[in-house]
Design a protein around this ligand. Structure first.
Ligand SMILES: Nc1ncnc2c1ncn2[C@@H]1O[C@H](COP(=O)(O)OP(=O)(O)OP(=O)(O)O)[C@@H](O)[C@H]1O
Length: 814
């Protein structure tokens, strides 16, 4: 019985609530799918009918005029293709209304039908209607300007409005008003700004220029010296009997009779196939633009606010502060005369014969041989006869080198992924791989990598571009004078050509004090530094330790930010931030990539040892996801410099020429670097196979020009500031004296009381402090009685309940 009564009670209580809810519920306008189809197709047909009526009105309107003034009757005869209704509606919209622009209404009706049928975004349709109506009005006024009566061009409204404007502001005023209307429309609708106009004008100008130049070239008669050259070449050809081509040197197979080798007829029989990669296309545009691709995210209920913000303000653009920043043009980089690969047929034949002979001497038969010509070395790929052991060929490395009388022979047995054995032989005349050619390559220009680096060209003459973000850290070694500094400059130049200052920051450590000084000029654009330091480029060892530790703090802070944003890596985080889904008031900010470059690492390890190794190892282990990438270069790749822990965390390595096999083994876990020929010849590995690359050459004057070009542009007020790090000697004593309190003490106290959470990491994050300083402030807060005692891993208890009590406490202290 008792149960029953309670049940009744609850139902009677709930009833009025739901009733009230029902009373306040908005009438739902949601249509079912079938209703949408019916309503949508009705609108589509209505739109089509309107269009037909309007179109017909243009031709038959005049004839129908007389009937239109009659009383509507069934017997009236109309010429309009939609008869009475068509004539009446057209008369209403066109003559009495907006004139010809009324066609837009027919289009809008049609579009609405499509939107309703397919359940497309309603807010877009609304915007189409608003803009469409404004365009109708504007066009109607424009057309009305040119007529002197009520006609179908601008309609009554267009004509009357024109009269109205002309009476008050005159004809010129009306024209100007129309122009203003057009500008406003373009600016709002298509987000056109003065800058975009200037930029598009510039690019149009340069493309016209290029077109003109190419036309000119195409139509120009062949210059006289060309003829003379051809004549000369013909003369030489007839003397030497070599088939010559006017264009770039190419190889025609067996263009020369095979030289006779008496010893072994097999040599004669072997035909060599020479592969020459087609030249890569290059794009030479004066200005480089970055394309920032928006990634579509799944929608959820909570996205509504972000969507609204994006709709109102567009995506967050981190480059906006330096919106006018211009990327360095390609012309700042030098072109070299000896850039193209020249093929010396005699050299090829000679080397082929020597290889075959040497191998024959050791009873190794070859069934085929193929050459691939690179900028500095040529790769001869051989397929040995069946039954030959690979190790036998590998052991002949020195003998082949001796018989070819060349340094830098490297045997790759077998070539990974192919059933062949490779013998790399340096070319007699090596060609320079200019930075310009690799930067201009399509591969680099069109790459959508996060931190693309154009290192140079591979043995098959392809531009080698890798993503530093994927490496994720790079270890570089090479004896002095073999191209390490040039390599570092190539890395930095690549990034400067592709990344906006808002997207990447460099931390440069240069104990030699001379290699990276040029980058000082771009301090306020691209460099990051400690808050209290004057120079952004770090040359002093104690500063290096502080900077590395500061980067560790930055890393921890970034991880915290990623955690709060539920993102796994910096790319995801930045996409979310750009989509305005992360609130800057919660401590979120757009995160630029940070590239730490350490030159002369050996020197640092020798002087600072563990103090440097520990933060480097920590960064290398953890920093990949939050966009901090390390490039460490050293002259001495000995095991006490490149320790196990460093090696384990640097899977991507580059070796320039080193002096011993042991050094090569330390850096590459195998030999090979000792057989390089220097001057930018390098081996790259990202864990598995070795790739031989000729590093792109960028000279100091070129770097100077680039940094000057960037440095002369508008910059940020200061270099990017890293979090503060106070060294161990900063002291951890309890500062009980009020006058010794930290400058940020009060701010910190307010923060802690507001958050009711006594943790040092909160201070670190919100006030951007180092761990030590935050810890010291917590100690001071404890001494002041604001937070409780240290409680192990738990946050300290906050003893002050609110800001008013805090103010009272602090005021009473004084
Ligand atoms: N990619 C390259 N192409 C052509 N020449 C190069 C290339 N790299 C380096 N060189 C030549 O080698 C010289 C020395 O290079 P670099 O200054 O980079 O050596 P390094 O390894 O940095 O030496 P150190 O460790 O003593 O600073 C350059 O001046 C240049 O003449």
């Amino acid at each position: 019985m008792a149960k029953k009564t309670t049940k009744k009670k609850t139902t009677t209580k709930a009833a009025p609530k739901t009733k009230a809810k029902r009373a306040f519920k908005k009438p739902s306008l949601k249509l079912s799918s079938q209703q949408k189809l019916i309503f949508g197709s009705f609108l589509i047909i209505l739109g089509a009918l309107l269009f037909i009526s309007f179109l017909s009105f243009v031709f038959t309107g005049k004839e129908d005029q007389s009937v239109l003034h009659n009383f509507p009757e069934r017997s009236n005869e109309y010429k309009n293709w939609a008869s009475q209704l068509g004539a009446w509606v057209s008369e209403f919209f066109i003559t009495k209304g907006f004139g010809l622009p009324s066609f837009i209404f027919a289009g809008l009706l049609f579009l609405s039908g499509v939107y309703v049928t397919l359940s497309l975004n309603k807010s877009k349709l609304r915007s189409h209607w608003i803009w469409g109506t404004l365009i109708v009005v504007w066009l109607s006024i424009l057309f009305g300007f040119f007529t002197h009566k009520y006609d179908f061009l601008g309609g009554t409204i267009g004509f009357e409005m024109n009269q109205f404007f002309q009476d008050y502001i005159g004809k010129i005023g009306t024209i100007l008003l129309l122009v203003f209307g057009l500008i406003t429309y373009l600016a709002i609708r298509f987000k056109i700004t003065g800058e975009t106009l200037v930029n598009s004008f510039k690019s149009a100008k340069s493309s016209i220029k290029e077109d003109l130049q190419s036309d000119k070239k195409a139509t120009e008669p062949t210059p006289i010296f060309d003829n003379s050259l051809t004549e000369e070449a013909e003369a030489i050809k007839s003397a030497l009997d070599i088939p010559l081509k006017k264009t770039e040197p190419t190889i025609t197979k067996h263009s020369k009779p095979e030289p006779e080798v008496e010893k072994d007829s097999k040599v004669e029989m072997l035909k060599m196939e020479v592969t020459e990669k087609p030249k890569e296309e290059t794009i030479e545009t004066p200005e480089l633009k970055i394309e920032v691709e928006a990634v579509e995210e799944e929608k959820s209920e909570t996205d509504n606010l972000a969507d609204k913000l994006v709709e109102d303000f567009g995506q967050f653009d981190p480059t906006l502060e330096l919106g006018k920043f211009q990327f360095p043009p390609l012309d700042l980089l030098k072109k070299y005369d000896n850039e193209g690969i020249s093929i010396d047929q005699d050299e090829l034949e000679e080397n082929k014969n020597k290889i075959v002979e040497t191998l024959n001497n050791y009873k190794i038969g070859i069934s085929s041989i193929k050459a691939t010509i690179g900028p500095t070395v040529t790769l001869y790929e051989i397929v040995p006869d069946a039954g030959i052991r690979i190790s036998k060929i590998k052991n002949l490395e020195d003998d082949i080198a001796l018989s070819l009388a060349a340094l830098g022979i490297r045997i790759i047995a077998p070539i990974p992924g192919k059933g062949t054995i490779g013998i790399e032989v340096p070319n007699k005349n090596s060609t320079i791989v200019s930075m310009r050619s690799v930067i201009a390559s399509q591969k680099f220009q069109k790459s959508d990598m996060q931190l693309p680096i154009a290192f140079g060209k591979t043995i098959s003459n392809e531009t080698f571009v890798v993503d530093l973000a994927k490496m994720p850290h790079l270890l570089m070694a090479g004896a002095t004078g073999q191209g390490k500094s040039v390599g570092l400059n190539a890395v930095l130049t690549s990034l400067l050509y592709k990344k906006h200052p808002a997207e990447v920051k460099f931390v440069l450590v240069d104990p030699k004090k001379v290699e990276l000084t040029l980058f000082n000029k771009i301090e306020r654009h691209y460099l990051a530094k400690l808050p209290d330091s004057e120079e952004a480029i770090i040359t002093d060892n104690t500063k290096v330790i502080n900077t590395l530790n500061s980067l560790c703090i930055e890393m921890d802070n970034r991880y915290e930010m990623l955690k709060n944003a539920f993102c796994r890596n910096i790319a995801e985080y930045n996409v979310k931030f750009k989509a305005r889904k992360l609130n800057p008031n919660d401590g979120h900010a757009f995160l630029p990539y940070i590239v730490l470059v350490v030159d002369e690492f050996a020197d640092l390890i020798m002087t600072a040892g563990k103090e440097v190794e520990t933060p480097i190892a920590r960064l290398a282990q953890l920093a990949r996801a939050i966009g901090i990438h390390l490039i460490v270069a050293t002259q001495r790749p000995s095991v006490n410099v490149i320790t196990g822990i460093i090696k384990a965390n640097f899977p991507a390595r580059i070796a320039f020429r080193v002096t011993s096999k042991i050094d090569s083994r330390t850096i590459l876990d195998g030999s090979g670097a000792d057989q390089l020929i220097g001057r930018g010849d390098m081996l790259y590995t990202q864990g598995n196979e070795l790739i031989r690359i000729q590093c792109a050459f960028v000279d100091t004057p070129e770097v100077e020009k680039i940094t000057e070009f960037i440095g002369s542009q508008k910059a940020y007020p200061d270099a990017h500031l890293l979090p503060e790090y106070v060294g161990e000697e900063g002291g951890t004593n309890l500062d009980i004296d009020i006058s010794d309190r930290d400058k940020l003490f009060r701010e910190a106290a307010e923060l802690i009381v507001t958050a009711q959470q006594g943790s040092a990491s909160l201070l670190q994050r919100k006030l951007k402090l180092g761990y030590n300083r935050a810890g010291r402030i917590i100690d001071q807060l404890e001494a002041a009685g604001i937070v409780g005692n240290f409680e192990g891993s738990k946050a300290r208890q906050v003893l002050i309940p609110d800001l008013v009590s805090l103010d009272q406490l602090l005021d009473n202290e004084q």
